[in-house]
Design a protein around this ligand. Structure first.
Ligand code: AHG
Ligand code: MN
Ligand code: MN
Length: 343
């Protein structure tokens, strides 16, 4: 792989990475450039969200119908518009659309399927906390013009790329094609993403857990016991929870930690969605030396059966995820046998 210095633009990074793959068509590069463009548009809109709220409260819609749109609808439409023109996708799956979205007949299609949570953590918009866009990219296995369910209802290991854009104090795009995880920070004065986080690794050095602890009494008692054990002062754990998966995952990727969303009475299969939340973040976690599990098996080995299927999620540094899987398995150990207990 080429050597990349800090300050490398996303475009240069993508071009030089592509050159290292002689057979590459450039379609994935085009797709990711459109993702970056949509991310910049969303970042700009997120920064004006408070203003948007003021205008809405003062009397509704402006003449373009602009600010009153909820940000998650804005993000959904922005990513779809950016991608449908580019001729690189044959299908788009979004949290905000019940069915798969196909490319209008006036545009060419390509081999990729883009699955997204256009705005994750949207309940945080009003509080200025981090929110983001999560995405997964498959290469099609079907033939014909439109993509099919067979193209996306696949194990996450078959993704060609995954990433997210977090709109926080700064806007950061994190991507991986399976080898290494890299972060790019948007310089708003230049309008470009620059390499800022090279070869991100999920470290076990910082011990923090992220979960909605108000639900803990609804969890499997063995998981409750695991959490109680982490609170022993000598272990030095902290709790950190934003309530925005993308923000919580990003913090854990930068600083270390584990995120948990176990099944609850209200969400017996968990709350988070396989295709555009769990799978892409699991792909990033494993590429960064971490792990992701549904409590029994690695997320990347699971095959979703519907577009909006949910899953329990335990994701972060591999030691903590492995401990959770062992705890949930009780004395028997996990059935998959592929998780090692920390010595
Ligand atoms: P979304 O905004 O896309 O619907 O996702 C919200 C999710 C996720 O970001 C977060 O981890 C989780 O909801 C928080 O749920 P609780 O409020 O139940 O903790
Ligand atoms: Mn979400
Ligand atoms: Mn969402």
């Amino acid at each position: 792989m080429a050597h990349f210095e800090e300050g490398t633009t996303l475009d240069r990074f993508l071009m030089e990475t592509m050159r290292a793959h002689p057979g590459a068509t450039g379609h994935l590069l085009t797709l990711l450039k459109q993702v970056a463009l949509a991310g910049k548009l969303c970042s700009s809109r997120v920064q004006r969200a408070g203003l948007a709220g003021m205008l809405g409260a003062a009397g509704g819609m402006n003449i373009q119908g602009e600010f009153v749109q909820k940000l998650d609808i804005y993000a959904n439409e922005t990513f779809k518009r950016a991608l449908e023109h580019a001729g690189v996708c044959c299908m788009i799956v979004s949290e905000e659309d019940d069915g798969a979205v196909f490319i209008p007949p006036e545009f060419p299609v390509g081999d990729y399927i883009f699955s997204m949570d256009p705005l994750d953590g949207s309940s945080n918009i009003d509080t200025n906390a981090s929110i983001g866009t999560i995405f997964a990219i498959h290469r099609r296995v079907s033939e014909g013009r439109d993509g099919t369910m067979a193209d996306v209802l696949r194990p996450g290991r078959e993704l060609v790329c995954a990433g997210y854009i977090v709109y926080g104090a700064g806007t950061v795009l994190v991507i991986s094609t399976g080898k290494g995880v890299h972060g790019f920070t948007l310089d708003p004065t230049v309008g470009e993403f620059f390499l800022s986080h090279r070869e991100m690794r999920l470290t076990a050095a910082t011990r923090s857990y992220s979960c909605n602890e108000a639900y803990a009494a609804q969890w499997d008692p063995r998981l409750q016991e695991w959490l109680t054990r982490q609170k022993a002062p000598e272990l030095g754990w902290s709790a950190r929870y934003i309530g925005s998966l993308v923000g919580d995952f990003h913090r854990n990727l930068v600083k270390g930690g584990v995120f948990l969303y176990p099944p609850t009475a209200k969400a017996p299969k968990g709350k988070l969605r396989m295709l555009y939340e769990a799978q892409p973040l699991a792909f990033l976690a494993e590429a960064a030396g971490g792990a992701a599990s549904d409590g029994v098996m690695p997320i990347l080995d699971k095959v979703p059966t519907t577009l909006h299927e949910r899953t329990p999620l335990y994701i972060g540094n591999s030691e903590a995820v492995s401990e959770i899987v062992w705890a949930l398995a009780g004395d028997e150990g996990p059935p998959s046998g592929q998780w090692t207990r920390r010595g």
